[in-house]
Design a protein around this ligand. Structure first.
Ligand SMILES: [Zn+2]
Length: 388
């Protein structure tokens, strides 16, 4: 039995918008799953196999990047970059969701080929986790000619997500809606490319097509990079009652703030989730999710502890994951962070709401320490330490 005890926690962020901060200074995980948390004196800390002294820093569920374009291992051909996933782990991200392995050179677009590649990609990231990061990949981009059986076959083979609708040949709402419905019938979640074309070869998807398609996630509602006009973004926020409003780092920052302000006014902040949309033409953003949390907290009038929920708990709920929330039985995936050295504000949360990044001191995945002081964030004031 592996027993992880994290003590002297300064603050526990829960990932839950309805109660973003939990009481307690200690958390216990058994065999990679959260068991309990609270005051150390009330918990059974005996027989630990690993003890972390948090030295007063904040513990949060590991961040989730809802929108990445991985290809293979920890390498992206898009920007010829190695170890971008490890770099992102250093930004507090412990789970990533593929929106399509679209940067694979020679990506097959015939139906048997695209199915084969999706299944292979799902497998190679299931079998190999770069630096321990959970990459949910194998996200096929739908093409004309696919039939219901194809979606059943993909689901049976372990595919759980569609790549961005609109990046393939299907660019009309009627066909897209039919395929998204087939996918959903077999338990496959869908996302759609929203806004103008991202790179030569992709196209415009406007609010009408997003609504007609009815995908589960409104992928980069703030554009990737070119955003829809304001009235269309507001229309999507008003019309869509369940779908995730996914805001990405590689999108339009002004449209991101508009989305959050609109969602807040509508009482729909629980639909806001975050991604980077990297690797892409804009590059790779190891700190992308933290940067979005700070930016949206600062410009969107959102308390920092709520903005953190956009980057973990909301995504967990929208995407039906067992990570991203402090919840019994959920994966023991955490990021430990503290106010950055010399950042203004009395607390970590106060520094974030002023637009500053926190410093990451440690990441833990499935109860195992995966990284210590981040090589990418500004240095944290205090650092957690493994003492057993
Ligand atoms: Zn896109």
């Amino acid at each position: 039995m592996e027993k992880l005890v994290i003590k002297n926690i300064g603050m526990i962020l829960s990932g839950k918008m309805e109660e973003p901060i939990f009481d307690g200074d200690c958390l216990i995980a058994i065999d990679g799953k959260i068991l309990e948390w609270g005051s150390e004196k009330d918990l059974d800390t005996e027989d630990a196999t690993c003890i972390v002294d948090a030295h007063g820093v904040t513990l949060a569920p590991g961040l989730i990047d809802s929108h990445v374009h991985p290809v293979v291992g920890d390498y992206t051909p898009r920007q010829q970059q190695l170890h971008w996933i490890d770099s992102t782990l250093n930004g507090g991200v412990t789970t990533m969701i593929s929106a399509g392995e679209v940067h694979m050179p020679g990506r097959p677009k015939d139906i048997v080929g695209l199915k084969a590649m999706s299944i292979a990609a799902q497998r190679w990231y299931e079998n190999f986790r770069p630096s321990g990061v959970k990459v949910h990949a194998g996200a096929p981009v739908i093409e004309h000619g696919m039939v219901e059986e194809d979606f059943a076959e993909l689901a049976n083979a372990g595919v759980k997500y569609l790549g961005e609708v609109g990046l393939g040949s299907v660019k009309d709402g009627k066909t897209a809606n039919q395929m998204v419905d087939w996918a959903r019938k077999y338990g496959i979640q869908s996302t759609i490319h929203t806004g103008g074309p991202s790179i030569p070869g992709s196209g415009l998807i406007d609010a009408d097509m997003v609504i007609e398609t009815g995908s589960d996630v409104i992928g980069h509602i703030n554009g990737g990079h070119s955003a829809l006009p304001d009235d269309q973004i507001i229309c999507l926020c008003e019309t869509c009652t369940k779908q995730a409003f996914e805001i990405v780092h590689n999108g339009n920052e002004r449209a991101a703030v508009l989305t959050v302000n609109t969602a807040r006014e509508l009482g729909k902040l629980d639909q806001v989730i975050l991604g980077t949309d990297g690797p892409a033409g804009s590059g790779v953003q190891p700190l992308g999710i933290l940067r979005m949390i700070a930016m949206l907290s600062a410009f969107g009038n959102v308390p920092a502890e709520i903005a953190f929920c956009f980057g973990n708990g909301n995504t967990s709920r929208q995407r039906d994951l067992d990570v991203g929330l402090i919840e019994k039985g959920y994966a023991a995936d955490f990021v430990l962070l503290d106010q950055a050295q010399h950042a203004p504000g009395k607390t970590m949360l106060e520094s974030v709401v002023q637009g500053n990044l926190p410093g990451v001191g440690m990441t833990i995945i499935d109860g195992v320490i995966r990284s210590e002081r981040s090589r990418n964030t500004p240095p944290a004031q205090r650092l957690p330490e493994r003492i057993l």
